[in-house]
Design a protein around this ligand. Structure first.
Ligand code: ZN
Ligand code: ZN
Length: 299
């Protein structure tokens, strides 16, 4: 065996176990933190951004498709959405959903003491399931209702990269972030750990990286193979693998499909600029107005 072969084999093994190792590391990090007396949400933001940067760097170490290579235009678009997400979307979600839900829970005297008695790993697993279960049904609804108009910009992506999970119409980004997790009594560290794991898997599942993970990992968690198939060309073909991070839910509800797609995009793979992504949900309304105008012109 030559040195090149040994290095290639070692690199393959490293990337094979990188995703499960990263999740274990995130779990370990949050489990070691003392129960938060002060606000640790900045740690969640720092970790989420750190993961995105780290996964983005991996794209240059073990690239999956040359056609998905990050260029200046894609980088600037991704950067815009990362900033938008962490400065606006996440905060709007907290203010409009999480905080009112927590206040209503308190006012109604609703509590779940059993979740506080669970071991940390089970609390994280439960939180992860709650987040993913909500996202799965919202995402599935978007593919089967007029909400598609808010989600379609995410499907007009013509390449996948680490931060592409955050690229789309802001209404969609807000809707998929909705969760009922605030209705349950869970330590903040467990919630933040679940969110960190969710974000990490979503970054891996959008990244232009050849991981080739172990089969057990791909059975439970969403991978780039599953998610690239969800991004494939053709509207009907996208109706599978809805889970953002917990692909087991698709297996449970019969929407799982095996395979992958190197070619992604909708409407003849038409790439949208940021303004087009923002205005996309207005297209049916504009088309209606336009047809009304041409009809009145015909009369
Ligand atoms: Zn989708
Ligand atoms: Zn996606």
């Amino acid at each position: 065996m030559t040195v090149v072969n040994i290095v290639t084999a070692a690199k393959g093994q490293l990337f094979r176990y990188l995703q499960p190792a990263a999740l274990a590391l995130i779990l370990w990090f949050w489990s070691r933190l003392p129960d938060a007396a002060e606000d640790t949400s900045w740690m969640l933001t720092a970790m989420s951004i750190g993961i995105l940067v780290g996964v983005q760097i991996l794209e240059f170490v073990n690239e999956r498709h040359v056609g998905w290579r990050l260029n200046r235009r894609e980088f600037l678009t991704d950067l815009f959405y990362v900033v938008l997400y962490f400065t606006v979307i996440a905060k709007v979600g907290t203010a409009l959903v999480d905080e009112p839900l927590a206040a209503a829970k308190q006012a109604l005297g609703f509590s779940t003491p059993w979740t506080l008695r669970l071991p940390f790993v089970a609390q994280v697993g439960f939180g992860f399931f709650l987040i993913e279960f909500g996202q799965y049904w919202m995402h599935r609804l978007m593919h089967n209702s007029p909400l598609w108009w808010t989600h379609a910009p995410h499907h007009h992506l013509t390449q996948l990269n680490a931060a592409k999970g955050l690229v789309g119409n802001p209404v969609e980004l807000f809707l998929v972030s909705l969760s009922v997790i605030a209705c349950f009594d869970l330590p903040l560290n467990a919630v933040f750990c679940a969110l960190s794991i969710d974000g990490a898997v979503a970054a891996f599942a959008h990244a232009n990286v050849r991981f080739d993970p172990p089969r057990w990992y791909a059975y439970v968690f969403t991978t780039i193979e599953h998610h690239s198939l969800h991004h494939t060309v053709g509207y009907e073909e996208t109706r599978c693998n809805y889970a953002n991070a917990f692909i087991l839910i698709d297996r449970m509800f019969g929407t799982f499909r095996a395979g992958e797609s190197a070619v992604v995009g909708q409407d003849q793979r038409q790439r949208l600029a940021i303004t087009q992504q923002f205005l996309f949900p207005l297209r049916p309304l504009l088309a209606l107005l336009k047809s009304g105008r041409s009809m009145s012109a015909d009369v």
